[in-house]
Design a protein around this ligand. Structure first.
Ligand code: GLU
Length: 386
């Protein structure tokens, strides 16, 4: 049976580059507000084991806000954006120190990397971040990444480290993303409820799978299952398997290596190249092109998107921005880099190639999105329970 312990062991053993995301609740003691040092020590043992078998390891660690709010004496409950930014400024120092000290005991060097969403959405900065991380890995250091919460205002922030970790996994061509969580995976119904079963394997994120993640409103924010599914879409779209596993116990990665029960989101075998991964993983396409059925079929057969097949243009975008290509029913079927800005795209929507020049006043490309700049979105199978 797939989804058994041996399959989990084999999958994890095959991973050559692993991104591990650790949530605040696992790392910071809710009562004392201190780092859970003994738990962290066992995680470091696990990272050492991974590195010893030749895998590259990248850590994405939360905890800055949780540590900093305590140090500043902030009240319990939800913080305002500026409060959490202030808390992160204080807590990030303690967080980086804890990682650095814990890794040092095993003769590993920690490298702090703080990023905002724009560092991964802007192609130039993305390539720069990737080069830095590659250099660090080449030097044997362990990058410990967090969002740069102190400067990341709402427009430019990830807001949760699940998607940040997925974006890092995609950027670094990782083959396995581990989200250590307070729960060991995705359940068919709220865990604890009668009949709720762990989903061991997800090959396609269907509406049924999304429904299991629960209400998008209550699930939004850091740590919910909804952001984990969003992360899975990014990771799987980049050819990286993702696993949600429990981080509550000691040695959480060794437990996966030994076949712990968890949920795997499986990437299709056909991997995208790195540029395609960047396009597919864009978190906020700036516009949408609503296409007719004929165009949707043509894209499925590997064709470019021509203006004739576009019914409507939505959003504000410049030439070269990433846009979503959606059906009339709003289903996103592809993403790509657009060759006209929003105003010109609206002018040529529905027109045949021969009429484009007259509409925009210059001789531009025949395609609105060229197939080389486009990634089709879609899965490869169905969810499996067990
Ligand atoms: N970046 C935040 C922190 O370090 C955590 C975000 C999250 O938990 O997803 O406190």
């Amino acid at each position: 049976m797939r989804g058994d312990a041996a399959t989990t062991t084999a999958r994890f053993a095959a991973a050559r580059r692993v991104v591990v995301k650790i949530g605040s609740a696992l790392l910071v003691d809710g009562k004392t507000g201190a780092i859970k040092g003994s738990w962290l020590a066992t995680l470091i043992d696990d990272l050492v084991e991974l590195k010893a078998r030749g895998a590259d390891v990248i850590v994405v660690s939360s905890g800055a806000i949780a540590l900093g709010r305590r140090a500043l004496g902030m009240p319990k409950g939800r913080l305002r954006l500026e409060q959490s930014q202030a808390a992160a400024a204080v807590g990030q120092i303690a967080l980086a120190h804890a990682w650095s000290e814990a890794l040092r005991t095993r003769e590993l060097v920690a490298a702090q990397v703080l990023v905002t969403r724009t560092d991964t959405e802007d192609r130039h900065r993305y390539l720069n971040a990737r080069a830095t991380l590659s250099t660090l890995l080449g030097q044997g250091a362990v990058p410990v990444i967090n969002e740069n919460d102190t400067v990341a205002t709402s427009e430019i922030r990830f807001g949760d480290n699940d998607r940040l970790a997925a974006r890092v996994a995609s950027m670094m061509s990782a083959d396995c993303l581990v989200l250590l969580s307070d729960i060991n995976g995705l359940y068919t119904a709220p865990p604890g409820r009668k009949g709720a079963e762990l989903v061991c394997e997800v090959c396609e994120i269907t509406p049924a799978i999304e429904a299991m993640a629960g209400n998008p409103v209550s699930g939004v924010g850091s740590g919910g299952m909804v952001t984990k599914l969003e992360a899975a879409k990014i990771a799987v779209g980049a050819g990286c398997h993702m696993v949600i596993a429990s981080g509550h116990e000691l040695h959480p990665l060794r437990r996966i290596a030994q076949g712990a029960r968890c949920t795997w989101f499986l990437a299709p075998a056909s991997a995208l190249d790195s540029r395609q991964r960047w396009i597919a993983g864009t978190l906020q396409p700036t516009g949408r092109l609503v296409v007719d059925e004929g165009a949707a079929d043509a894209l499925g057969r590997g064709k470019s998107l021509l203006p004739a097949g576009v019914r409507r243009v939505e959003g504000t975008f410049a030439r070269g921005d990433t846009v979503s290509i959606v059906t009339g029913r709003g289903r996103e079927i592809a993403r790509g880099l657009v060759t006209y800005d929003a105003a010109d795209a609206a002018r040529i929507a529905g027109l045949r190639s021969a009429d484009l020049e007259q509409a925009v006043g210059f001789r531009g490309r025949d395609e609105l999105v060229h197939r080389d700049d486009m990634v089709l979105l879609g899965g490869n199978g169905h969810g499996r329970q067990g």
